[in-house]
Design a protein around this ligand. Sequence first.
Ligand SMILES: Cc1cc2nc3c(=O)[nH]c(=O)nc-3n(C[C@H](O)[C@H](O)[C@H](O)COP(=O)(O)OP(=O)(O)OC[C@H]3O[C@@H](n4cnc5c(N)ncnc54)[C@H](O)[C@@H]3O)c2cc1C
Length: 537
Amino acid sequence: MDRRSFLIGAGAAGTLALGTAAGYWRWQEITPHIYTPGQAEGHFLRDRKSLPAPSEEINTDVVILGSGIAGLTAAWKLNKEGHRNFVVIDGPQAYGNAAGGRFGDLAYPTGAHYLPLPSMESVHVRELLHDLGIIQKNPMARRPYYDERCILHAPEDRLLYKGRWQEGIIPREGVQRWEIEQQDRFFKEVERIRSLRGSDGKRLFAIPLVLSSADPAWRALDRLSFEEWLAQQGYNAPTLLWHINYCCRDDYGAEFDQVSAWAGLHYFCSRGGEAENAHASAWLTWPGGLDVIASGMNKAAGNHRRTGTAMSLRKTANGVEALCLELNANGVRSFTVKARRAICAMPLFVAARIITDMSGFGFDAKRDLPPYAPWMVANFLVKELPGERPQAPLSWDNVVYQGKGLGYVVSTHQDIRVTPPRETVFTAYIALTGQSPTEARRWLVAAAPDELLDLAASDLTAAYGIQFGRYVQRADITLRGHAMAIPHIGFLSTKGMQALRDADGPLLFAHADLSGLSVFEEAAWWGYQAALKVLRG
Ligand SMILES: Cc1cc2nc3c(=O)[nH]c(=O)nc-3n(C[C@H](O)[C@H](O)[C@H](O)COP(=O)(O)OP(=O)(O)OC[C@H]3O[C@@H](n4cnc5c(N)ncnc54)[C@H](O)[C@@H]3O)c2cc1C
């Protein structure tokens, strides 16, 4: 059978044969659409291909290089404070890891998809969410009032364990008593640590991370892996260890033996935002994931974005000069941007390539760059909801115990219409752990489309069987080879990082990489700090 793009017309849907064989053959017919943001631009950078002579010169006060959450936060804050002489250069992907897409009316994320309720320390996020209308009342109070439409609706999540769905993502039903007791002990300990303060009076684990206590006794945890710490504490219940490892894969793109114990505890102990109109561990989400927030930020920033990717960035007598590449259907062009200051809101591995004197900041790329986790995000347009096992209904997040992926979210979950739409998008997340990031990236580059599809769909086929294929109208897979920095063992003492955080000259830095772990609040924090530096003059 020829492999061809698989688009089932509405009329054909009713004639589909049901059953496993049909499902199998449908899989054979699906040709996924593969997207690799940054690949084309990356080739220019890596191979140092020569660019055509610049055909345009842009002069501005501030150039923001990158339109991810960090770059957009800087842009929003500058615009809000009346500093409007700036340009945002998108880089290879507008909105970066917060980007999304659409199948007609159906929006879906191709990266980040939720936001926890911001902590008390995350005043920058509270201010932003208030400006965007997501916090409707009392943004700085312990319990702000949120737009109900953004608060994750029930049923929130479920886990497929021993062939049965159960609520939540830690196995409880069918688990031996000693394991349950150990799970409870762990979560009680998390609660205890969450309320502790270090010798400097600060909370041990805060978001943003830089506001955490510097108490050396706790910082010492950065010298061991989270797995080692758990073993030291006597945690050995397989279900608990699976859950904790899942959380590390889900938030950090790495297994717990690769993650700093400090970062592991940060995941569990740093959050704690509350809402007047939601329960304490509620999440904020949108059908298109954080793309919705990013678009709102872009609008609130006065829409100063334009396409282009910086290929080089250097200091000049009057400020900075960036040489940018623009790739589009008409071919390749280049342009220069001259500015008084640049906010480098691209990942640090890119900054280290394009900035001519990165070592002048005391940043040694070989020594200081983090390992980057490769990810796949797959969006499956389904023509109708597949049949479910009876125990727990389809939830926003659906996870398979010991699954290869991190589960799948349902894009229409927040749909407040009484009748759920017939079509929806299942977004499956896969962090390529279990091998080194370099090996995983090699695999991503070499893998055939059907191999990528098999991995992308593995949790869905575990949940619905091979016949899931007959529901799929289209599959789009986004490959993010350097998706996020892994908070590896020792990441807190990365030598050159502090200099980049503190930089206050013509070049400023703003990206989640400065924190060493990739979450919205951290990215936004660095964008906010860069904007404050510009505003100070
Ligand atoms: C699959 C996935 C799911 C995630 N889910 C969540 C989630 O649900 N919640 C959450 O809080 N976090 C999540 N994250 C973490 C997410 O990375 C952060 O929340 C945040 O979006 C990072 O923003 P950033 O601005 O630091 O970086 P990025 O998103 O990496 O943005 C970098 C920007 O720089 C640009 N750029 C790159 N090179 C150049 C260049 N040479 N010149 C100019 N610009 C350039 C890019 O185009 C991009 O616009 C997820 C991450 C991934 C990979």
